[in-house]
Design a protein around this ligand. Structure first.
Ligand code: F6P
Length: 359
């Protein structure tokens, strides 16, 4: 194992630069490997010449690991098996990626991605018999078989700060403040930030709710002379009649968004209360990583290099019981992790009197 590649794929998040640093340090100092950072996810292996940078100590000498994003760049568009060409046609670029791996003379590749990226990269690795090891990252925390992924802690921290900042203005104006957070099809960010940030209502896609249930909670608070409320809603929560709120962009793509406005309008239609909506968006992704994410990323990076050195390929590093373990990559992909109604944080929320839906 002499020449090792790294790429970050899918949406960026806090902690990726810390993971890249850790991979480089371990690979260089323990195994004297040459480490090549591939630009913009798999795109770097599709481009000719191959788009990469050889990593060195100087790159990581400053504040890079403290910063959000990924200095290698990434992409969450364009499945390489159905890759959009300039003329609009779709073409299978998986062989180009496999060829790129060989042109760089890589002995192994560490891929840092969420469930979607890992699925694609595993398929490419199987096809080309490439030696890969995976590191889970996603603010959504929906990768299976790991308690947490790089980026989740940072997203929760930013959403918690948002609730902290909304509380004083909500209280001052006696308003209902609604915070819409990311998380794709999982409610982990909303649930965790809602508890940490003192939300009165937490709406997640895994649990059904009613507008009347929300209003009942607000009314109970008013009876205790608390004249404002904080609501956190995950972006993929559906309307009461089961519609997912999407926004159509001018590129023709539909993206999750708008459920906060729906909740606000419904409450205002049924009550005389004043609501305001904050949609947090990508600040959850680009923020400076929390200490927890930097630590997790550092631990994952070291463990991923060790797996490559031991030729334990097709494994994903995972966090379990305060330590790094490794599992088959398929376990991370196949066990898509959503909030389980029986998990203890749901109980915690209920015990705190939070309305979390009809359970
Ligand atoms: O999967 C990460 C995520 O941030 C989701 O929470 C969100 O729905 C989506 O990516 C946003 O994607 P984009 O960066 O393409 O807008």
């Amino acid at each position: 194992m002499k020449r090792v590649g790294i790429l970050t794929s899918g949406g960026d998040c806090g902690g990726l630069n810390a993971a890249l640093r850790s991979i480089f340090y371990r690979a260089k100092s323990k195994y004297n490997m040459d480490v090549f950072g591939i630009k913009d996810g798999t795109l770097g292996l599709i481009r000719r010449p191959i788009d990469f940078v050889e990593l060195n100590y100087e790159i990581f000498s400053g504040s890079l690991f403290r910063q959000g994003g990924t200095f290698l760049g990434t992409t969450n568009k364009g499945d390489p098996f159905n890759f959009p060409l300039e003329d609009g046609k779709l073409s299978d670029q998986s062989d180009t990626i496999i060829e790129g791996y060989h042109l760089l003379k890589l002995d192994g590749l560490i891929v840092i991605g969420g469930d979607g990226s890992l699925k694609i990269l595993k398929k490419i690795a199987d096809k080309g018999k490439l030696n890969i090891v995976a590191i889970p990252k996603t603010i959504d925390n929906d990768v299976g078989s790991t308690e947490t992924s790089i980026g989740f802690s940072t997203a929760v921290s930013i959403a918690t700060q948002a609730l902290d900042n909304l509380q004083p203005t909500a209280a001052s104006h006696h308003r209902i403040m609604i915070l819409e957070v990311m998380g794709r099809d999982a409610g982990h960010i909303a649930l965790n930030a809602g508890i940490a940030g003192g939300a009165d209502v937490i709406l997640i896609p895994e649990l059904s709710y009613s507008i009347d249930g929300i209003i009942k909670k607000i009314d109970q608070m008013r009876k205790h002379n608390i004249k404002y409320s904080l609501i956190v809603v995950a972006e993929s929560v559906k309307t009461e009649n089961g519609k997912v709120h999407m926004v159509k962009f001018s590129d023709g793509q539909e993206r999750l968004g708008g459920i906060g406005n729906y909740i606000s309008q419904e409450i205002m239609n049924k009550t005389k209360l004043e609501c305001r909506v904050t949609t947090l968006g990508h600040v959850q992704r680009g923020a400076m990583p929390t200490p927890n994410d930097r630590i997790l990323a550092s631990a994952f990076g070291v463990a991923a290099v060790d797996l490559l050195a031991k030729k334990k390929f097709n494994r994903m590093v995972a966090w379990k019981n305060r330590t790094v373990v490794d599992v088959p990559i398929e376990d991370g992909i196949d066990n898509y992790k959503v909030v389980d109604q029986n998990e203890s944080l749901v109980d915690t929320a209920l015990a705190l009197g939070i309305y979390i839906g009809n359970i």
